[in-house]
Design a binder for this molecule. Structure first.
Ligand code: NAP
Length: 204
């Protein structure tokens, strides 16, 4: 599937590699126009509108504050799937700039009403995206979205990346998936500096 990854930082690079390993045709795009290590110009989108018009799936791996400006002057094809991996974290890293009665993903849906938005890849660190292997089971990847078919497509991508997909529900559930991310972020980035853990759902 033709995929555009916006953001080539920690998350963008980890996910881009997984998309490539799973034979997706990828383009990457960033703010600086600097080609990240390990990528050729073939993968790099310089004309953003052109890259968007060719793509069926866009991954957002940028700071949440950058998203609105990215889509301000750009039109996307109807039914393009947007995988939103962003977290609307406030600068104090202890609160969220949006939450409880709305979510970053729902804001994005306000800005791009014709897109099929799936919140995913926000509840764990880039280290786990790069390597999702754990000895005692699969990590769970929670997702939520506004279109059933798009959620199925993203669930199969999540599965192919080595996670157990978990359908958390409609897009409004992104409010709680984004809040959940704060538990991982606090432990991994602030409290303990150990990113080698993740959420996993047990069923019976
Ligand atoms: N870090 C994690 O483990 C993790 C896990 C889950 C979710 N998230 C979320 O994922 C997002 C990205 O996190 P990250 O750690 O990958 O951040 P990062 O390493 O700082 O990378 C951010 C990327 O966004 C690009 N960018 C910024 N503004 C842009 C714009 N206007 N247009 C195009 N590209 C733009 C930057 O471009 P340049 O390279 O050119 O500067 C950079 O490549 C954040 O919302 C974060 O909350 C992070």
């Amino acid at each position: 599937m033709k995929t555009l990854i916006i953001g080539t930082g920690n998350v963008g690079k980890a996910l881009a590699r997984k998309f490539q390993e799973n034979n997706h045709q990828i383009k990457i795009y960033n703010a600086s126009g600097q080609l990240p290590d390990g990528y050729t110009k073939n993968h790099f989108a310089t004309n953003f509108q052109e890259a968007i018009s060719e793509t069926k799936l866009i991954v957002l791996a940028v700071p949440f504050e950058a998203v609105q400006s990215i889509f301000n002057k750009i039109s996307i094809e109807p039914e393009t799937i947007i995988v939103d991996a962003t977290n609307p974290i406030a600068s104090d890293m202890k609160s969220m700039s949006i939450g409880n009665t709305c979510s970053g993903a729902e804001k994005i849906n306000e800005w791009i009403p014709n897109a099929h938005i799936v919140k995913a890849f926000n509840t764990t660190g880039w280290e786990n995206m790069k390597n999702s292997n754990y000895p005692n089971g699969k990590l769970t990847m929670f997702y939520a979205g506004n279109d059933k078919k798009s959620k199925q497509i993203v669930a199969s991508i999540i599965d192919s990346f080595g996670f157990q997909p978990y359908d958390a529900g409609d897009l409004f559930m992104a409010r709680f998936i984004e809040a959940m991310a704060m538990v991982w972020i606090y432990q991994a980035r602030i409290n303990d500096s150990n990113p080698n853990f993740g959420f996993s759902i047990l069923e019976r």
